[in-house]
Design a protein around this ligand. Sequence first.
Ligand code: CP3
Length: 355
Amino acid sequence: DGHRVRPATNEEVIGVKPFLRVLAGETLERPPVWLMRQAGRYLPEYRQIRSQANGFLDMCYTPERAAEVTLQPIRRYGFDAAILFSDILVVPDALGQEVTFVEGEGPKLDPIRDSAGLSALSTNWIRQRLEPVFETIERVKPELPEDVAFIGFAGSPWTVATYMVEGQGSRDYAKVKEWAYRDPAGFGRLMDLLVEGTSDYLIAQIDAGVEAIQLFDTWASVLPEEKFDDLVIEPTRRIVQAVRGVHPDIPIIGFPRGAGPSYPKYLERTGVTALGLDTTVPVDWAAKTLQPHAPVQGNLDPHHLLFGGDGLKQSAERIVKGLSNGPHIFNLGHGIIKETPPEHVSELLSYIRYS
Ligand code: CP3
């Protein structure tokens, strides 16, 4: 209609959003900041919305609520990016596996232990079942300040598979490893389903309006090297390729938590745009080895944010200084702990932005 301004070009949008500028390779004077799990139980306004929902998944699938909690940390703190409020386990749910979140215990899934269990799953329902997620994105997008970027996400196939096979969080990953090691072809079919479903899901998120993607591979840390190649790098590479086939310019942040010395080959072989660093990655090593090739994001220990005080300041300072000669997005090395006092987040932000 006559009142609409010309849609901004890609370059104009990147230009005003520090988060996207860093992903495009710029080194800024101050790193843009967002925090993994920035929407969540440490915020009283989140707990308020959460108490009205009929369980956690209901909240993820109610666009009005999911949009509201996505925006809460942006209003309170003015982060440089909003991350879609959802969960990595909506993908198994949409593939046809039974997923529930038990209060105080975390996710429970009806476990799939072998090839026979795959017959219940299909990628055909992804777009339809996850429609509320795309609607959430459409609601959030116009509410974001013009300098705030919007991140979509999914779990990487290996991490999502650990929950699908174990049926819950795990200490030793015995069942998923048993299947993956004893029957690589059968387990490969589960990974194929996840690659296909996740690619489709991410493409639809981008169609709906997110401007960058993060792939969470939380349990990359538990695999030996040769399995890391097959189960972390290869499925991630295929997703990156499929998503870029439709959206060639979308920035993708890979977060292979605990990958250690495998970070460089993960970067090289998957083709992700940027690397999320977990808490254990030494910043001087990252500055020397990773940053010349890709922007990095991270990696404050969330326990520093929990405890606050001088430890928080000193650790944040080490990270900011250590990564200041290349493209860096400040973040935690893992998600916010739910007991974190909200004031500690304000202190961290004012330190990063104004000190
Ligand atoms: O970062 C954000 O603010 C966006 C939302 C988001 C959530 N989960 C919301 C959530 C994101 C990006 C995730 C990713 C996720 N989910 C991962 C990968 C990152 C990581 O933390 O390792 C994993 C492994 C999951 C699976 C999951 N979801 C578990 C194991 C749990 C239970 C543990 C817990 O913290 O309660 C969840 C639940 C969950 N996902 C909550 C939130 C805010 C808490 C649920 C609640 O409010 O009751």
